[in-house]
Design a protein. Structure first.
Length: 143
């Protein structure tokens, strides 16, 4: 039996090259021109407002009437102009997409992912649906 004097790796120590979610979020936002609720509202209907929240959040908190619902798990497939699973609105790379989640965190990561696909005008709604509602903008009951 061979014994080693080396201690086992610390499972709480981040592996080399990994980044914290805070760092990932900061990196994502460094490429976005984030919009507030009033700026977002002013860009409608020429911009595509995409609500990526799950149905449970939309049911509990409500929805934006002008928003197109595309849940987060299929967002890239629906908006990539190269995808066989794209929606009709995904007509090209010059599309202005404003992503909205509940509070503006997941939407930043999603918008950065859309930029990685080539949708350079993708951004997100700072503060998410919560900020939209607090600004007194139109909402409706969720599904």
């Amino acid at each position: 039996m061979v014994t080693s004097s080396a201690s086992p790796a610390d499972p709480t120590r981040p592996p080399p090259g990994s980044r914290s979610i805070e760092r990932i979020l900061l990196d994502a936002r460094s490429h976005l021109d984030r919009l507030g609720p009033l700026e977002t509202f002013a860009r409608l209907p020429t911009a595509l407002l995409v609500d990526i929240r799950p149905v449970a959040q939309r049911a509990e908190f409500g929805a934006v009437p002008q928003a197109l619902t595309i849940e987060r798990n299929v967002l890239e497939w629906r908006l990539d102009p190269r995808s066989a699973h794209r929606i009709p609105q995904a007509t090209g790379y010059d599309l202005t997409v404003i992503v909205m989640c509940q509070e503006g965190y997941t939407s930043s990561l999603a918008a950065a992912s859309l930029q990685d696909l080539g949708l350079a005008r993708a951004t997100d709604l700072a503060g998410g649906f919560r900020a939209w509602r607090l600004a007194g903008l139109p909402t409706e009951a969720g599904p």
